[in-house]
Design a protein around this ligand. Structure first.
Ligand code: FES
Length: 128
């Protein structure tokens, strides 16, 4: 291993990176939603993932979360993106987050009426 990268590897291990089934990106930028709306949704997403034991977890529903400044849609937000399905949700305000966590992340049933685009990524590790 490159010794320069060892602290990062140790941090990644603490964050359980390598054990997640999904990665959720939520935009808190102010071009897709009014100031504070994305941050309020982010707070609920963090709370829900923690309460449902999906965050900093292992198992089939383990989910990593990332707050981002822009997903290049810049309207109709907050925009939320789930990988590996590549599911783009619009209008994901704080009050819609609990249903999203329950239906998509736990039950595996995306909420079609809030999805405006899909870009699934291939599953699995690259050849080494
Ligand atoms: S600011 Fe949210 S998608 Fe660009």
């Amino acid at each position: 291993m490159n010794e320069e990268l060892r602290p990062l590897t140790e941090l990644a291990e603490k964050l359980l990176i390598g054990h997640y089934s999904r990665h959720v990106f939520l935009c808190t930028g102010e071009s897709c939603a009014a100031a504070g709306v994305g941050e309020a949704a982010w707070d609920v997403l963090k709370r829900e993932l923690k309460e449902k034991e999906l965050s900093l977890a292992t198992g089939p529903d383990a989910c990593y979360r990332t707050k981002v400044g822009c997903l290049r849609i810049c309207r109709g937000g907050p925009i939320l993106l789930v990988y590996p399905e590549g599911t783009y949700y619009g209008g994901m305000t704080a009050e819609r987050i609990p249903e999203f966590v329950q239906r998509h992340l736990i039950e595996g049933q995306p909420i079609d009426e809030r999805i405006f685009a899909r870009n699934p990524l291939p599953m699995g590790a690259p050849d080494s």
